[in-house]
Design a protein around this ligand. Structure first.
Ligand code: ZN
Length: 222
């Protein structure tokens, strides 16, 4: 099991990458990791993830109350808690405001359908939650049903949330979501997105095992 000090470093490194890759601006975004029964290491309010220090992190319980550290627990930590409650199998949660993915939600466009082979293999579709006011407990409620079925989702008008079996696993899913959103965004601007046929989708799904891909795979209900 990864030590708490290593987890602190991983969260800081993932935060730096999120800022460097424009997945967040200013003090947006938050990360957390499960470190024990009823204990979570998480980013705090008002700290820029781009230059965060290991000592900036706080420890909170499953009610969202701070147990250790300086400053306030991120107001969006309730959304992380909802993900941990629904997914006992995940160890880390990442939330960012990736611009192209958010733009797709503003336009009412979905990432659920299968257009990109890489995304089909790694995550499947990326569904969009209902809108919730950022920083409220409602933000947790709107993800509950979907996060049981996927490892990455878009938050309407707000951002994206990913879960994983490590901080970097969750972080890399966030990178993938925004990278795919950039391609879809460009294709929509060009005028059309060609979806994949069922035969190729099935072939790709079978390759998940060969690539060693784990985690949930989302498929829209038909
Ligand atoms: Zn947010």
């Amino acid at each position: 099991m990864t030590s708490e000090s290593d987890l602190r470093e991983e969260i800081c490194e993932a935060g730096r990458r999120m800022y460097a890759r424009n997945l967040i601006a200013a003090t947006d975004g938050n990360l957390s990791a499960r470190i024990g029964e009823d204990r979570y290491l998480c980013t705090r309010s008002g700290v820029g993830l781009g230059d965060m220090q290991a000592s900036d992190l706080v420890i909170a319980d499953a009610a969202g109350e701070k147990l250790e550290g300086d400053g306030k627990v991120s107001s969006e930590f309730f959304t992380h808690l909802a993900a941990y409650e629904e997914r006992p199998d995940v160890s880390a949660v990442v939330h960012a405001h990736p611009p192209k993915a958010v733009a797709l939600t503003l336009a009412g466009l979905s990432m659920e359908e299968f257009a990109l082979p890489e995304l089909v293999v790694s995550l499947g579709g990326v569904p969009t939650t209902a809108y919730a006011t950022p920083g409220t407990k409602e933000g947790g409620e709107v993800i509950r049903e979907l996060i049981r079925r996927c490892d990455a989702l878009l938050l309407d008008r707000h951002g994206a949330l990913t879960v994983g079996n490590s901080v970097f696993d969750a972080y890399l899913k966030m990178e993938k979501v925004e990278h795919a959103a950039e391609s879809l965004f460009a294709a929509h601007l060009l005028g059309r997105v060609r979806m994949m046929d069922e035969g190729e989708i099935e072939r790709l799904l079978k390759s998940r095992a060969a690539y060693g891909v784990t985690g949930k795979h989302f498929r829209p209900e038909t």
